[in-house]
Design a protein around this ligand. Structure first.
Ligand SMILES: [Fe+2]
Ligand SMILES: [Fe+2]
Length: 199
């Protein structure tokens, strides 16, 4: 089975700036995603994207929501249609005339799976956060205190332990950091500080 999208342009440039309202986005999210673990992952990535857009990119509220929406919906089709990941959500957002930048970010969140390289800041940060967010959450689940008191050195140690969260591809994380031009440690720190707030 191949998830390659075999396409390189997404959405319609005339629809730049078009977004779902928060209610519409959450309706799609809860209609499509029933698995609570996956829901939490998507909300965590959404929160990280929003925080990054606000704090590091200095974007306004409308743009912060565009980043957050890309994070919130990036795995929307994984629960019910894994063989169509991420084709189905892309087509849904195209049918709803959504901003092509949001659709492109979702299409490039796994370049080695979907065959679409991250290009924009939004693309690159979604790729950078996705797997590392998952690894950090796996680490929180094995700590009695969860995210409270979590330290950088702990997550660095788990990152090096290939048997821990073995499905998380470390090479892809390193590739994502290089593409985004960010340091692995600084992104780890960014996630540790913010992810625990997401319930
Ligand atoms: Fe995914
Ligand atoms: Fe994901």
């Amino acid at each position: 089975m191949s998830l390659l999208l075999n396409r390189s342009s997404f959405g319609n440039p005339a629809h730049a700036g078009n977004v779902l309202s928060r209610d519409e986005a959450y309706r799609l999210f809860t209609d499509w995603v029933k698995n609570e673990r996956l829901q939490l992952h998507m909300k965590q990535v959404a929160h990280l994207m929003k925080c990054w857009a606000a704090e590091k990119e200095g974007l306004n509220e409308a743009d912060q929501w565009r980043w957050e929406m890309a994070g919130l919906l990036h795995d929307a089709d994984w629960d019910q249609w894994p063989e169509l990941h991420c084709k189905k959500i892309i087509e849904e957002l195209e049918a709803r005339n959504i901003d092509p930048e949001i659709i492109r970010a979702i299409a490039s969140h796994g370049p080695n799976h979907f065959g679409v390289m991250p290009e924009t800041r939004m693309d690159k940060m979604l790729y950078a956060f996705d797997e590392l967010s998952g690894l950090t959450h796996a680490y929180s689940l094995m700590r009695p205190e969860g995210y409270t008191g979590m330290e950088l050195k702990g997550i660095k140690k788990r990152f090096k332990e290939k048997a821990f969260a073995a499905n998380v591809n470390r090479d892809e994380i390193i590739e994502a950091m290089q593409m985004a031009g960010v340091e692995l440690e600084s992104i780890m720190h960014f996630i540790i500080e913010r992810q625990g707030a997401v319930k």
